[in-house]
Design a protein around this ligand. Sequence first.
Ligand SMILES: [Zn+2]
Length: 345
Amino acid sequence: MQITLKHTTAGLAIVASLLFFGCNAHKSDKKSTTTKAKVQQVATPVFNADSAYQYINNQVDFGPRVPNTKEHTACAQYLANELKRFGADVIVQEADVIAFDNSVLKAKNIIGQYNTNLKKRVLLCAHWDTRPFADHDRDPSKRDLAIDGANDGASGVGVLLEIARQINITQPNVGIDIIFFDAEDHGQPDHRNLPAIENDWCLGSQYWGKNPHVENYRASYGILLDMVGAPNASFYFEGYSMSFNPGLVNYIWDIASEIGYDYHFKKERGHTITDDHVYVTQLRNFPCIDIIQQVMEDRFDKNGDYINHSFGSYWHTHNDNMSNIDKGTLKAVGQTVLEVIYREN
Ligand SMILES: [Zn+2]
């Protein structure tokens, strides 16, 4: 993902319409809770951070999951099998997408559907591919090597696999679609000084947005998880998410606070980040918000050099490995998302 300082014009038009629609959509959901009192409230399951941690470790054990590699193919199989094991109807959407260097990536969006008979749906998503470069690593000789992506990629997927396991045990009163998007992190490398291009990130979600797995697919809202496992992570109000549906962002952050996780969920404005949620929202026309770690303070690395991005210092370096994963952070995010979906009626 990439920090974005400006919106596109087309994006702004859609943003304006969603701001209105999205807020009302969420409010009307709440209203229907009171009128349809007969729906049995389902108790929220307890999120198991040990399981999520293991699902992250299993992904990292494959090696970097870069499209067109055998590690990527093997991990795709693993993820589809896990979703099937947890009772989902699984679709693996295969797509040839074009990367920044005009190479063709054999991408796979892995989709798990629950309660397909229910019209009201919530989309939960994360990217599962890993960055083919370590363009922000301190060691220039290692910048062309793919990263483990324990947090950047595997953490969101690990949390969603644990949520899938819980859904299989206790169904919520809403249809859930889990999508692991591919080729999110294949954007142009920062260390090669190439000319700027547009839309080179989030290739899997761009493909799915134009070719959804269900015709005219629409959810009430979506939640994207990205970099949700680092120790002491802070999740701020991300800029696009706030422009898509500030009511939804506040609603989720309020739930996090209510169940004791305001240490991680900060009710303060963060940066605006191009990530899969932008394409989901713009192409499918429902609001998808991003839970993503950001660092808002100025920082310097061990050499005293200024860190010129707002992500953890491990971001797009070889330090994004299993030592960068903390069960407390996984628990905060996983329990919050479970709480959100089990409150739906
Ligand atoms: Zn990344």
